[in-house]
Ligand binder design. Structure first.
Ligand code: NIG
Ligand code: FE
Length: 409
């Protein structure tokens, strides 16, 4: 690949000589070079600086009116699923409760039924389309979970689809095993039986075929208790899978303590936090991942982002793209919603959706910033007056082009 130089960039955003996970006040600092140039070699950021210092070589990339920022790092999604659940959405609008929808066969089990009926190819094709869509919306790295199979065959099918996505896509992809998403109907009265199935049947094959990077559990009342979460995570950790967990979406039941004890990479959702939970997250070295579109879609109070940041937590933003609680993987909207409804500053939201998202996937050394040696995964915006215009002008597509590994998609 020839080296590319992009000149007269109005603003080059999130430029950092070195990067680390950003906490508290650091999130509000988003380093920018005005009127910049950028050189990319073999898909990697090779050099950048102010235009006055640009090398006088023949430019291959041309001039740019807009802003360049790192592509979004979406560290929590369920992008592989079969079909959709807009009928439940309409039922919810009409006033049906979660329990009533579940009684009609809705919820995670509805997606599990559809998933188990779909072939691996169908599932791959649907997921590929979604991946293409989100990449056009600026996502350059993504974590994808299983969790709609809930059977040995179904979970393996999902994870094999994710593996195929990893092989065929230029996006950076991480795979998470979420067999413990809910109890399948057959195990409704036999929780230990399903946990045994996860531990004794699913995990050994997942490890053997190297199908996952992480293990996840939906730690929630009526789903998996903190103790069950610990048991399942410890089994996964035996195979080298680190925990990335669903905690405190609806209730505070000890998931945060468990995740911290197990050295989780990230603790995600966090809609429902006690003062003790906030204090624990603040002191913790891992990533607290907020999924505001899930709270928005379920008409729940959003995560206390301001309180978390002001007390010093390291937060990331992710889409939670899934058919039940966030049927959108648009990180531009996640960023806008975080500013509008959680009072995050544009700088904080962009840092949380780029550099900190990368750390939430253990990709902090490769992605998330304009740093020499990092992968050239970049968003080129249309001409915009300033960075704050991105979340301000919510819902409008302000992306001109997206580059993944040095190539425009
Ligand atoms: O992250 N909370 C658990 N799982 C998903 C939603 C699952 C579904 O409804 O399909 C989430 O919000
Ligand atoms: Fe989720």
């Amino acid at each position: 690949m020839p080296s590319q130089i992009i000149t007269n960039i109005k603003q080059l955003v999130n430029v950092r000589e070195q990067t680390h996970l950003l906490r508290g006040e650091e999130l509000a600092h988003l380093p920018v070079i005005e009127n910049a140039y950028l050189i990319i070699e073999d898909g990697i950021i090779a050099e950048y600086g102010e235009m006055k210092d640009a090398p006088k070589v023949s430019a291959t990339g041309g001039d740019l009116e807009g802003i360049i920022l790192p592509a979004w790092c979406d560290s929590h999604t369920h992008l592989v699923f079969a079909g959709s659940r807009e009928n439940e959405f309409v039922d919810k609008i009409k006033g049906l409760s979660y329990a009533e929808i579940a009684a009609k066969g809705g919820g995670i089990l509805n997606s599990a039924k559809k998933l188990n009926q779909a072939s691996e190819d169908e599932l791959f094709n649907q997921a590929w389309k979604r991946l293409e869509e989100v990449s056009k919306l600026g996502t350059g790295a993504i974590e994808i979970k299983s969790g709609y199979g809930l059977s040995v065959e179904g979970e393996l099918k999902m994870l094999r689809v994710i593996k195929k996505l990893k092989e065929r896509s230029s996006l950076s992809i991480k795979s998470t095993f979420l067999g413990a998403h809910t109890y399948p109907i057959e195990y409704k009265e036999n929780h230990q039986g399903y946990i045994d199935l996860i531990i004794n049947e699913m995990l050994p094959i997942i490890a053997e075929e190297k199908l996952a990077d992480y293990i996840d559990v939906f730690c929630e009342k009526g789903f998996f208790s903190a103790e069950e979460t610990e048991t399942i995570c410890r089994a996964g950790m035996q195979y080298g899978l680190k925990p990335k967990l669903h905690v405190n979406q609806l209730n505070s039941i000890g998931g945060i303590e468990t995740g911290i004890k197990l050295n989780a990479v990230s603790l995600d959702h966090l809609e429902t936090l006690t003062e003790t939970d906030i204090a624990l997250l603040t002191k913790w070295k891992g990533v607290s991942t907020l999924l505001p579109t899930a709270a928005f879609f379920l008409r729940m109070p959003l995560q206390p982002a301001r309180q978390l940041i002001d007390s010093g937590a390291a937060i990331a933003l992710a889409s939670d793209y899934n058919p039940g609680s966030s049927p959108s993987g648009n990180m531009n909207f996640v960023v806008a919603l975080s500013c509008i409804q959680m009072r995050m500053l544009p700088e904080e939201a962009i840092n949380a959706a780029t550099i900190n998202g990368a750390y939430a996937m253990e990709l902090g050394n490769e992605l998330g910033g304009i740093t020499v040696g990092k992968k050239a995964n970049l968003i080129f915006t249309k001409p915009i007056p300033s960075l704050a215009y991105l979340p301000y002008s919510f819902g409008n597509n302000l992306i001109d082009k997206v580059m993944i590994g040095g190539e425009f998609i």
